[in-house]
Design a protein around this ligand. Structure first.
Ligand code: ADP
Length: 178
């Protein structure tokens, strides 16, 4: 894993989020919570079948109609190195009336949950920038704004933004430095 950029509680890295060893990783789930492709599929494969069972239980008890866009739900990490998974649902870029607000809500709500649980090491993937079609540079600006706004209030939290490619990590760093 290569670290590109580090500043005030934020690390930008290139790598596979399923390898992240910390309190929690964030999953870019879909509203069914029952698994999908991309990072969601990778997280379920690495965590093992108990994760799907835990997600089914969440659907049954807490979110019978699915997890709304921007909301967060917590499960254990099971076989992952990370202890917990914070599931969130990003906006589908082309279908959302407020992609910016919804993407920001994913990051804000995950940070708030991490704070509430006393987590100190948390990693995010680039939510919505895969199948959900959010342009990377645009998403990077939204994320940089949320990080700038919230991280100073969360001094105990070390946040890693884990990008799957070096190009996406660079895009973020450029957006954040603007
Ligand atoms: P969404 O449906 O929210 O767009 P995707 O999983 O399709 O979610 O993609 C979100 C981002 O996660 C993309 O930038 C993709 O390259 C990245 N990604 C896919 N697999 C992994 C992984 N194992 N670790 C980190 N990032 C990943």
């Amino acid at each position: 894993m290569q670290i590109h950029y580090r500043q005030g509680g934020l690390t930008v890295a290139e790598g596979d989020i399923t390898r992240f060893d910390g309190d929690a990783i964030v999953n870019a789930a879909n509203c069914s919570l029952l698994g999908g492709g991309g990072v969601d599929g990778a997280i379920h494969r690495a965590a093992g079948p108990q994760l799907l069972e835990a997600c089914r239980a969440l659907r049954q008890h807490d979110w019978p109609d699915g997890l709304p866009v921007g909301q967060v739900a917590l499960t254990p990490g099971f076989r992952l190195p990370a202890r917990y998974v914070i599931h969130t649902v990003g906006p589908v870029y082309a279908e959302s009336d407020d992609p910016r607000g919804q993407l920001a809500a994913c990051y804000r709500n995950a940070l708030a949950l991490a704070d509430e649980r006393g987590f100190t090491r948390l990693a995010f993937p680039a939510i919505s920038t895969g199948v959900y079609g959010y342009p990377s540079a645009e998403a990077a600006r939204v994320v940089a704004d949320v990080i700038r706004e919230r991280l100073p209030q969360l001094p105990a939290l070390e946040v890693t933004l884990m990008f799957f490619s070096a190009a996406d990590a660079q895009t973020f760093v450029q957006a954040a430095q603007r």
